[in-house]
Design a protein around this ligand. Structure first.
Ligand code: ADP
Ligand code: MG
Length: 729
């Protein structure tokens, strides 16, 4: 007996070769086959008589085969199959190229339905038979044999709107239709309805059996839309159930509560060399209030580069520590981790905190006003015994042997969703769940905020520190290169620092093809490395050129990913202190590096970087009250590139840029990299904010009634499968 779980091996008519091909598409069971949706449709529903055919139209005709003949043109190496069909009104020819098997399956006197494009032109007839319609022929039509010609034939491939599947790996749509249709007929009443009745009724959705039938063999284009609407909803609904259920379960757990000490916070903000912006103040307040609760905080602090997220996170850190707890502060790279270590020490130097620093290679401790090297083993012991208040570092923080004794807060810099899993890592075997604060400069459109990031609360730093001046962004014409250099020289003579970014280092083959053109505003793109194209400027060449030929009198230094950590840190420190004038670098400086004295960001091969990355680079300057500049050099004259770079010139707001990026590159790029495992119908739905809100509301409503879905066993089961299939990075 066939069931929905039956493996395709046990389905009639699927041979070994096809089994293999299906498996490559991830299709293993009858269920998978039925849920393998068409990519598009062809409208062959208009069956007409032969005399009504007009060249250029896609038509469908039925008739009797007069003859079928195949020839192979040895010169051109192609085979041509020709047939002529007759109905009451006339005859027409059909031509197939390179499909010799057609001559074996179609025979004289067969009844057929042919669907395809009528192409103008006289056919070089195989047998010189001259039919009445030699002004046109049907070009590679789909054919379907009929037992006889009658009004209501149950057609699969012709005479209706037919499904076209993505025909990868040698699976034709015709074959898939041939396999799927009888299965649909057999299972019509057996596909379980997972959507609760009240939801079906409320949104007037097609019931599952209708929807699945209509998505494969639709009666009309309206029916396709209706069933797509149902499946989009269904998938996004599962996504929301997943996110909201996890969140609801998390909220039942307990976290350390850390009452806010207003005097302490006042003392802290007064010790800063600047005033917090209103946005920073509001975000800090929200976060400090979250920490007072015993339900775990899950918050994303979002703010454009340079908006000052670190100080906000530091306030939360201080509050947790002064309540007697520990904090983990994790950054994606060593450079950033060490920058945070130094920056946070400075902010907390009058608050008597013990701070550890841990990466894969290094461990330090800061106490009593001094930074000292410490054996990793001893650092970890101190941590375990609660002798360290704050541990800053890279992913080393979640490696084996790192045990916090009383962790209250995990702060993550530029880690995005990653953090949610990492909290789980940090809390295994713990009864108290730490609060989570994730920081990002990635602008998150509302649709993503409610789906991919839908389990996090959002705080937005909307404004930049007041002392900032708008960075002047200029696309530099190659002829103007010299004046750009002169300008840089002048800036350096005024004590400013200059970044020069190149797309690739040395001639190192390993760095080639690391990433596609990093383009869209996806979290990954903030960490993506470089593009390997041999002729593009390399750091080493650029360094040689700048240090020897252009600026022999200035201090030029290189920075690239493969350098030793200590070396990188020394270079960054020297640059910060003003002992280096020009830093020629790969994209390692991309995320979060803070050098307030730098005022010029010069980017070579700007076409190699996505808008998001370019905006990040630009955010490295303009971090003080000095006027800063971003020079873009490009060798790509294409319209698209012009448009992109122009957007960067015109716009200094990461959120607006994300929107422009979306318009220029299309939504696929935006969501593509963020998610995986979601079907296309859901992906399409994900950019529809109304649908997203609708599914979220429905999921919330249902979970409020029944958080464990005990009354909805089928839905619960589907949700379990869904979880295994999707994963967001
Ligand atoms: P990001 O949000 O990109 O992580 P940072 O936290 O690194 O930004 O802050 C960027 C720079 O701005 C740092 O040098 C920081 O000390 C400074 N800064 C932060 N807040 C303010 C403020 N309100 N006024 C002036 N400078 C600030
Ligand atoms: Mg930062």
């Amino acid at each position: 007996m066939l069931t929905l779980e039956t493996k395709i091996e046990n389905v009639p008519n699927i041979g070994a070769i096809y089994q293999k091909k299906l498996k490559k598409l991830g299709i293993k069971t009858v269920w998978d086959l039925l849920f393998y949706f068409p990519a598009r449709y062809e409208d062959f529903s208009n069956i007409i008589t032969i005399n009504k055919i007009t060249a250029g139209d896609t038509v469908c005709v039925q008739g009797r085969v007069l003859y079928v003949e195949s020839t192979t043109s040895f010169k051109k190496g192609i085979s041509i199959t020709e047939a002529e069909i007759e109905d009451d009104t006339g005859t027409v020819k059909a031509m197939w190229f390179n499909q010799p098997f057609i001559a074996r399956s179609l025979k004289e006197d067969d009844f057929v339905c042919l669907a395809g494009k009528a192409t103008a032109g006289k056919v070089a007839s195989v047998n010189n038979y001259d039919g009445p319609r030699q002004d046109l022929y049907l070009n590679n039509p789909v054919f379907e044999k009929l037992s006889e010609i009658e009004e209501n034939n149950n057609l699969t491939h012709t005479g209706r709107i037919i499904p076209v599947y993505s025909e990868t790996r040698g699976l034709t749509s015709k074959w898939l239709r041939y396999i799927i249709k009888p299965l649909l007929e057999y299972f019509f009443d057996k596909i379980p309805e997972i959507l609760p009745e009240e939801i079906l009724a409320k949104h007037k959705f097609l019931p599952i059996k209708e929807a699945i039938w209509q998505i494969h063999f639709p009666d009309s284009f309206e029916a396709i839309d209706a069933s797509k609407a149902r499946f989009s909803f269904e998938n996004l609904f599962l996504l929301q159930l997943n996110i909201l259920q996890q969140r609801a379960k998390l909220m039942q757990k307990t976290s350390p509560n850390c009452p806010m000490d207003a005097d302490l916070m006042k003392k802290f903000t007064e010790s800063l060399p600047f005033q917090l912006t209103d946005s920073q103040r509001q975000c800090a307040f929200t976060i400090l209030k979250d920490l007072e609760k015993s339900a775990p905080m899950s918050r994303l602090l979002e703010g454009d580069v340079g908006s000052g997220k670190t100080v906000v996170a530091t306030m939360a850190t201080l509050s947790a520590i002064k309540n007697g707890y520990q904090v983990a502060f994790m950054a994606p790279t060593e450079i950033l981790a060490s920058q945070h270590f130094k920056g946070i020490i400075k902010m907390l130097e009058n608050f008597d905190v013990k701070i550890g620093y841990l990466t894969g290679k290094e461990s330090f401790i800061y106490k009593n006003g001094k930074i000292e090297e410490i054996k990793k083993k001893n650092l970890l012991l101190d941590l375990e015994f609660g002798q360290i208040d704050l541990l800053i570092g890279t992913h080393a923080l979640i490696s084996k042997g790192v045990t916090f004794s009383k962790l209250a807060l995990v702060a993550l810099d530029e880690q995005h969703r990653f953090g949610v899993n990492q909290r789980a890592e940090l809390t295994k075997n713990k009864t108290l769940i730490p609060h989570l604060l994730s920081m990002t400069a990635t602008p998150i459109p509302r649709t993503l905020a409610l789906t991919v990031y839908g389990d996090l609360d959002l705080s937005l730093i909307k404004e930049m520190p007041k002392n900032r001046k708008k960075i002047k962004t200029i696309i530099v014409d190659p002829k103007e290169r010299k004046s750009a250099y002169d300008f840089i020289h002048k800036e350096v003579k005024n004590g400013r620092g200059v970044f020069v970014i190149c797309p690739k280092i040395g001639e190192d083959e390993n760095e080639k093809n690391q990433a596609p053109i990093a383009g869209s505003f996806t979290p990954q793109n903030y960490q993506i490395g470089l593009l390997g194209v041999t002729e593009i400027k390399t750091v080493k060449q650029e360094y040689e050129k700048l240090s020897k030929d252009i600026f022999p009198d200035l201090r030029v230094t290189m920075l690239y990913g493969k350098m030793k950590t200590e070396e990188k840190q020394r270079v960054m420190l020297d640059f910060k202190k003003g002992e280096i004038d020009i830093l020629v670098s790969t994209s390692v400086v991309e995320v979060g590096v803070d050098v307030p004295r730098a005022t010029v960001m010069m980017i070579e091969g700007a076409e190699r970087f996505g808008l998001a990355q370019l905006h990040q680079f630009r955010g490295r300057v303009g971090r003080s009250d000095m006027q800063s500049y971003c020079f873009l050099f490009t060798t790509d004259p294409s319209q698209l590139n012009r448009k992109r770079l122009k957007a960067l010139v015109d716009c200094d707001n990461g959120f607006e840029l994300a929107q422009k990026d979306l318009e220029i590159r299309g939504p696929g790029q935006l969501y593509g990299a963020v998610q995986s495992g979601l079907p296309d119908v859901a992906m399409e739905g994900m950019s529809n904010i109304f649908l997203v809100e609708k599914t979220r509301a429905s999921a919330k409503e249902l979970l409020e009634k029944d958080v464990n879905l005990l009354q909805y066993p089928l839905l619960k089961e589907r949700l379990k499968e869904f979880k295994q299939k999707i994963h967001f990075e």
